[in-house]
Design a protein around this ligand. Sequence first.
Ligand SMILES: [Mn+2]
Length: 200
Amino acid sequence: MGTISGTLAHYPDACVVWVDAHADINTPQTTDSGNIHGMPVSFLLGLDKSLSEYQWINRYLPANRLVYIGLRDVDSGEKKILRENGIKAFSMHEVDKFGIGKVVEMALDHVNPKRDLPIHLSFDVDGLDPSVAPSTGTPVRGGLTFREGHYICEAINETGLLVALDIMEVNPSLADAAAVAQTVAVGNSLARAALGESLL
Ligand SMILES: [Mn+2]
């Protein structure tokens, strides 16, 4: 919420590419768990303004400037919110069906059709498969491969439009030391790819 609000303050026309196993778009009304960490997108879009703690959010992201990649654990209330607000989402089903190259192209065609808007990339490492990024709080099997995750970052770098990057949910207090080192290394590697490191 903080970083995307900051991006919108500086770049009011920015779009957001949100890579995650989860949609994080519950509202205080739809949530089953009560976890605020499952709600930030609903506050950023202004779908729920009931919590006084978040009334500092005063610029809302239009629903058509958000796109998800990698979803595979979405609550029923969240599915309804996505449908009702016309929010574009590419789940792992679409990644399997079309391949990651096509999915990134379709995602950018939706939020950034003329390739002229600033891009905020929010990359939750649980978008990756838990075998790739194990040290995270809410792992979900069946996620992006190491290369699929990097491809997203590389392709967004190639647009020349990246203005902000979040690498989210790396939690070094979870899992054993080797798994922590692996997850931190993957997070660093994703950041380098987003900032322009290429294979050749
Ligand atoms: Mn997540």
